[in-house]
Design a protein around this ligand. Structure first.
Ligand code: AMP
Ligand code: MG
Length: 532
C-alpha cells in the first residue's frame, strides 16, 4: 500500500481509469413479485409536498445516467426519522401509507423528479480505482423546503451502469446502520448526510450469507464527492471539471465570489470544512472506516456510512473496518488521510486553479484549521474557558496517554468527567473506575484540577457546558446489532427506541441509562466490514 500521507501533487498517478461502462440494465428486475403497493405507482397526488426539482440533471448527460429504481418486492417500513422528514416538509406518519412507502421503496415516481445515477471515480485505500459511480444509489430529484434544497437518494435501489460487479442492492443490516448513524450524527451536531427512512423487503441478497434487501432514503444538499472531480481530471476533461465546479459553487457555496479565483476559493472552502469535520469526528471518537476519496463529500458532510464505529475502549490505532488490514483508516490516521484526500481533490482541480503553487497554497491551511478545531473541541470537552493551547500539552498529551494505557471507554470518560467536583477528589469514584491504574488517573486529575483552578468558576456552569458537548449516548456497534437482530424478526420497536435515545445524545435520559453502557461480553467479537 502506498504511503497514506504521500502527496499526490508531487507524483501525479498514471491514469488507470479505463473501465468501460457496463451496459445499462434499465429494465433490470429483482425477479421477485411486486407488492400491491407497487401498483400505486404514478399516483402524482401521493406526496404532494414533494414536487421535485432537478439541478444536477441540468449538467450534460455524461455526468449521470437517467434511469428508474428497480422495483422492490413486498416493501415494508423498518424505520423513519421525524427529524429528517421535517427537513423536506414531510409528516413522518405519512411514510406508513402504502403509496408513500412505494415512493421510497423505488416503486413509484415522484412528480417532477428526474431519477438518475451519477458517475464518479476515486482513490480506494490510496490506490487509483478508476471509474466507480452510484452503483446502487439513485437520486430521485431535489425537494425544496423553505430556504433549503435536499436531494433525495435511494440507496440500494437496483443496478445502474456503474454497478460493476455489484448487485445494486443493500442489505437490511447495513441500511439500518446507515439510517441510525446518519441521524445520530446529526443529533450530535456533526455535518452529515441525513436518512429519512429504511424500507425492507423479503427479496434475498447474497453477501457472505443470504440476507434480505433494504433501501435507505438519504437526503443531502448534494452527494457530489471528491471523486466526482477526480473523474474528469483523470479523463483530461477540464471543461467538464469547470461545469461541475460551477454547479457546486452556484448551488452550495454562495459565499464564493464568481470571479476567476473561484476554483481556488472552492478548494480552500472544502479544505476548511473537511478539517473541521474530521476534528469533530476525532472529538467524538467516530471512525469512518472507508475514507476513500469517493466517500468524501464536497460539502464536508459525513458521507457513505459503512463499517464505521464509535470507539469504545480508547486506542489511537483503533481500526473499525475489519477489511482494513493495514489500518489505513485507523482512528489516529483520519486527519492525515483527510489531508491526503484533499491533495487528491487539489490535484484534480489544478487545471481549473491554474497552477500547482496556487493549489498547494489552498491546501496548506488544512493542518492549522484542523489543529484549531481540535483545540476548540478539547477545550470545550474539558470544560476550559478557552481552546486548549500550547501550555496545555502536558494535560492533553497526558490524558491521551492515560486513556491509551488504560483502554478507558472514550465516551464514558468524557461524560463522567462532566461530573467532576473541583474540590472533592473523593467523589471521583465512577470516573476513576474506568481506569486500570487508578493512581495514574489520580495524578492526571490533580493536573486537571489545577488547570480548572486557573480558569476559576463554579462546578455547575462548567458541568452544564461540558454535558452539552460530551454525549452520553453514541451509536455503539452492539446497540445497532441488537436493533438489527430485532428488525430481522420484524420487530422494529428496538430500532425506534434506540433512534429516540440517539436523538437526544447530550441529555441525561436516566430512564435509558442502559443505552450508555459499553459493549457487553457477547459483543466482543462483533466485526463490521465493507460488505453491505
Ligand atoms: P462503497 O465502498 O460503499 O463506498 O462503494 C464503492 C463503490 O462500489 C461505489 O461505486 C458503490 O456504488 C459501489 N457498490 C458498493 N456496493 C455495491 C452493490 N451492492 N452494487 C453495486 N455497486 C456497489
Ligand atoms: Mg461510497
Amino acid at each position: 500500500m502506498s504511503d497514506p500521507v504521500a502527496d499526490p501533487l508531487a507524483d501525479p498517478s498514471a491514469d488507470s481509469c479505463a473501465d468501460p461502462l457496463a451496459p445499462c440494465p434499465e429494465s433490470a428486475s429483482s425477479g421477485a413479485t411486486l407488492g400491491a403497493t407497487a401498483l400505486v405507482g404514478g399516483d402524482q397526488g401521493a406526496v404532494p409536498a414533494l414536487a421535485l426539482e432537478n439541478s444536477f440533471t441540468r449538467l450534460p448527460g455524461e455526468f449521470y445516467t437517467r434511469l428508474l429504481p428497480t422495483p422492490l418486492a413486498d416493501p415494508y417500513l423498518v424505520g423513519a426519522s421525524a427529524m429528517a422528514a421535517r427537513l423536506i416538509g414531510l409528516d413522518v406518519e405519512t411514510l406508513a401509507q402504502p403509496q408513500v412507502l412505494a415512493v421510497f421503496a423505488g416503486n413509484a415516481p415522484l412528480p417532477g423528479g428526474e431519477p438518475h445515477a451519477a458517475v464518479y471515480s476515486g482513490h480506494q485505500f490510496g490506490v487509483w480505482a478508476g471509474q466507480l459511480g452510484d452503483g446502487r444509489a439513485i437520486t430521485l430529484g431535489e425537494a425544496r423546503h423553505e430556504a433549503d434544497r435536499w436531494e433525495i437518494q435511494l440507496k440500494g435501489a437496483g443496478l445502474t451502469p456503474y454497478s460493476r460487479m455489484g448487485d445494486g442492492r443493500a442489505v437490511l443490516r447495513s441500511s439500518i446502520r446507515e439510517f441510525l448513524c446518519s441521524e445520530a450524527m446529526a443529533a450530535l451536531g456533526v455535518p452529515t448526510t441525513r436518512a429519512l427512512c429504511v424500507i425492507g423487503s423479503p427479496a434475498p441478497v447474497v453477501r457472505e450469507t443470504v440476507e434480505t434487501a433494504a433501501v435507505v432514503t438519504r437526503l443531502a444538499p448534494s452527494f457530489v464527492r471528491f471523486g466526482s472531480f477526480e473523474h474528469w481530471y483523470h479523463r483530461d476533461r477540464p471543461e467538464a471539471l469547470a461545469l461541475l465546479a460551477d454547479h457546486v459553487i452556484a448551488g452550495h457555496y454562495p459565499e464564493i465570489d464568481r470571479g476567476p479565483g473561484r476554483y481556488r476559493a472552492l478548494l480552500e472552502a472544502v479544505v476548511l470544512r473537511t478539517a473541521r469535520l474530521v476534528a469533530h469526528w476525532q472529538a467524538l471518537g467516530f471512525c469512518h472506516g472507508v475514507m476513500n476519496t469517493d466517500n468524501m463529500s464536497i460539502l464536508g458532510l459525513t458521507l457513505d456510512y459503512g463499517p464505521f464505529g464509535f470507539m469504545e475502549a480508547f486506542d489511537a490505532g483503533h481500526i473499525c473496518n475489519h477489511s482494513d488490514d493495514a489500518g489505513r483508516y485507523a482512528y489516529a490516521r483520519q486527519p492525515q488521510v483527510a489531508h491526503w484526500n484533499l491533495y487528491a481533490l487539489g490535484q484534480a482541480l489544478v487545471p481549473l486553479i491554474g497552477s500547482v503553487e496556487e493549489t498547494r497554497a489552498a491546501l496548506e491551511p488544512f493542518e492549522g484549521a484542523f489543529e484549531a478545531a481540535m483545540a476548540e473541541h478539547l477545550g470545550r470537552k474539558l470544560g476550559l474557558a478557552a481552546p486548549t493551547g500550547p501550555g496545555d500539552a502536558p494535560l492533553v498529551d497526558g490524558l491521551f496517554a492515560l486513556l491509551q494505557q488504560n483502554h478507558a471507554d472514550f465516551t464514558l470518560f468524557f461524560r463522567r468527567l462532566c461530573d467532576l467536583k473541583q474540590a472533592d477528589p473523593k467523589a471521583d469514584g465512577p470516573l476513576r473506575d474506568l481506569f486500570l491504574e487508578p493512581a495514574a488517573f489520580d495524578a492526571w486529575a490533580a493536573l486537571y484540577r489545577a488547570r480548572l483552578a486557573q480558569d476559576g468558576g463554579e462546578d455547575a456552569g462548567r458541568q452544564a457546558r461540558m454535558r452539552a458537548v460530551n454525549p452520553r449516548y453514541v451509536l455503539r456497534n452492539y446497540l445497532a446489532e441488537v436493533a438489527i437482530q430485532h428488525a430481522r424478526n420484524q420487530d422494529f420497536s428496538e430500532l425506534a427506541k434506540l433512534q429516540k435515545v440517539l436523538e437526544r445524545p447530550y441529555d441525561e435520559q436516566p430512564e435509558n441509562a442502559a443505552y450508555a453502557a459499553p459493549a457487553p461480553e457477547w459483543a466482543a467479537g462483533l466485526e463490521v466490514s465493507c460488505s453491505s
